[in-house]
Each structure stands twice: as structure tokens, then as C-alpha cells.
Write a protein that binds this ligand. Structure first.
Ligand code: PBG
Length: 324
């Protein structure tokens, strides 16, 4: 490779058209997925304190937000449910009349062009806030699988394009695939939260989803931040069990994992820019310490550059608007 003064990298950085010509990574609205928190009722829009701009929404209000997102070309939405009642087994998770199935049906009717993903987990539905059912204070992996499969079935039967298990139980992708296929829901795809780390960056989400564990933490099932080879084992397991796409979460602090998963599997990879990444950026921007729009676009471009095909982000609509 020639070096200075023969080669001057600055030559192709001089003007915007030159920079665009050699741009390697592209960010587009169709690659963004907007997370939404849905609850029952009507005309409900309850702001989440730690996530400015994000609210818990009744289905009618949710449709207004999706109308806006869809106008801007946002590719998809992912739904989290807030049930009216919780119990030890999270039995409202598979209620066909629950907020998520209701939201899916309304979305499929009004916005057929937007991809509808549902988050499948027990933590929003259990009174103890853990992602599965408890036995002797520990989450019982195998007993939880059947419940997750029932929840996924309810979402798929309502018309979800993709179900996304985020619980981190072993074997859940296979259990969900078998349940879907047994009901002839062979076209419903599975996006596995395959490498999901036990993270401090989920803090604001737990306020939004009212899913903070009442005792203990999630380190017994979510991954340790120190591990990368283990993430690959998780990812391959989910792929072998039938995952159509895999997710890395959080995104920003785990870009090396995003890159490795993309390079080593060649599978569609999603990355979740989580609530804490969002809150952190907004808090600094509110204080005038960083430029909101530039930091937002840069953080998302970084996630794409690392290898993510699509990104779950609370900035989806705002970013799509800026890009258009
Ligand atoms: C549910 C779930 C969580 C998130 C997505 N699905 C929280 C958790 O595991 O505690 C976090 C998303 C975010 O922080 O934006 N298991």
C-alpha cells in the first residue's frame, strides 16, 4: 500500500459528494424496529420517566405512533405487553385477549406493510418479575418452556410475523418452533434473543415494562458480560433449534459480539440498542453535553457497521424522519 505523500486519504473526504461516494455502511429506515409498550384500555398514554418520548400505550394510542413510524418508513415494531393482572406462573402471557394479541390484530389490519414482532418472555406477566416460573427460588428452565411456547402461540395465532423469545431459557427456541409447527404456524419466524447479557442498561426498560425482579437478579439465566465464546455457543444452539434470525443485546457495549455473530454465522443479525443506551444519550443531550441527532445517528451507524442487519431502537421514528 502506498503511503504519504502518494496516498492521501483526505482527498476523498473533501466534500460531501466525495464522502458519500465511498460510504461503506448505510443506515435506512427499513432496518429499524420500534419497541412499543402496550396495555389495555383506551386513550392511555403514560410516559415512562426514565425514557423521555416513550410511553405505555393503549392499542388506539399505539396505532397513532405506528402511523407516524410507518409514514417515515420504519421497518417494524416489537411489542411488549403490560397485563392487567400478574400471578406466579404469568398466566396472562398466553391470554388471547391480552394487550399483545389485540395489538397484533389491529396492526395487521391497519399496517400490513410493517413487520410485527412480539417479545416472548414471562417477566412482564409474573408477579415476581422473573423471566420464568420459580421453584425453590430459582427459575425452573424446563417447566418454563411450555409456558413460553403457549405465549408465542397466542402471538402467532393473532398474526405476528416474528416471535422473539427474550427469556434466555435453554431449549426455548426448539420448544417454540415445535409448538408453532404443530399448529401449522410454519410461516411464523423466530428471532432469538440469542446473546442476551445480564446488563445494567436494562434499568429504564424495567420501569417501562413494570418487570423488575422482586428478588435476586437475572444473572442465573442472562449472560456474563465477560464472555464472547459463550455467546457463540448460545447463538449456534438457537440456530440449530430453528431460529431464523439471532439478536445481540445490548448493542453499544457489545459491538464485538455483533461482529463475531455476523461473521461466524452469516445469519440475519439484529442488535437491540436498549433503554439504558437511549436514556444515557438523551440525558447527556438534555444537558447540552452532546448533540442529540448526531450522537443518535453515530450510535446506530456503529451498530450497523459492526454487522447488524437491523436494529431495535427507541430512536426508530426520529431517525427515520432524519434520514428521509
Ligand atoms: C424481557 C426484556 C428485557 C428487555 C427486553 N426484553 C429486560 C430484561 O431482560 O430485564 C430490555 C430492553 C431494554 O432495556 O430496552 N426479558
Amino acid at each position: 500500500m502506498p503511503s504519504f505523500p502518494e496516498y492521501r486519504p483526505r482527498r476523498l473526504r473533501r466534500t460531501e459528494p466525495l464522502r458519500r461516494l465511498i460510504q461503506e455502511t448505510h443506515l435506512s429506515a427499513s432496518q429499524l424496529v420500534l419497541p412499543l409498550f402496550v396495555r389495555s384500555g383506551s386513550k392511555v398514554r403514560k410516559p415512562v420517566g426514565s425514557m423521555p418520548g416513550v410511553s405505555q400505550l393503549s392499542v388506539d394510542e399505539m396505532l397513532r405512533d405506528v402511523d407516524e413510524a410507518s409514514e417515515e418508513g420504519v421497518g417494524g415494531v416489537i411489542l411488549f405487553g403490560l397485563p392487567d393482572s400478574k400471578d406466579a406462573t404469568g398466566s396472562s402471557a398466553w391470554d388471547d385477549k391480552g394487550p399483545v394479541p389485540n395489538a397484533v390484530r389491529a396492526l395487521k389490519k391497519q399496517f400490513p406493510q410493517i413487520v410485527v414482532i412480539t417479545d416472548v418472555c414471562m417477566c412482564e406477566y409474573t408477579d415476581h418479575g422473573h423471566c420464568g416460573i420459580l421453584r425453590d427460588g430459582e427459575v425452573d428452565n424446563d417447566a418454563t418452556l411450555e409456558l413460553l411456547a403457549r405465549a408465542a402461540l397466542a402471538h402467532a395465532a393473532a398474526g405476528a410475523d416474528i416471535v422473539a423469545p427474550s427469556d434466555m431459557m435453554d431449549g426455548r427456541v426448539g420448544a417454540i418452533r415445535r409448538a408453532l409447527d404443530s399448529q401449522k404456524l410454519t410461516s411464523t419466524a423466530i428471532l432469538a434473543y440469542a446473546a442476551k447479557y445480564a446488563s445494567a442498561f436494562y434499568g429504564p426498560f424495567r420501569e417501562a415494562a413494570e418487570s423488575t425482579p422482586q428478588s435476586g437478579d437475572r444473572r442465573g439465566y442472562q449472560m456474563d458480560a465477560a464472555n464472547s465464546d459463550e455467546a457463540m455457543r448460545e447463538v449456534w444452539l438457537d440456530i440449530e433449534e430453528g431460529a431464523d434470525a439471532v439478536m445481540v443485546k445490548p448493542a453499544g457495549p457489545y459491538l464485538d459480539i455483533v461482529a463475531r455473530v455476523k461473521q461466524e454465522t452469516g445469519y440475519p443479525v439484529a442488535a437491540y440498542q436498549v433503554s439504558g443506551e437511549y436514556a444515557m444519550l438523551l440525558a447527556a443531550a438534555e444537558r447540552g453535553w452532546i448533540d442529540r441527532e448526531r450522537a443518535m445517528l453515530e450510535s446506530l451507524m456503529g451498530i450497523r457497521r459492526a454487522g447488524a442487519d437491523f436494529i431495535l431502537t427507541y430512536f426508530a421514528t426520529e431517525t427515520a424522519r432524519l434520514l428521509s
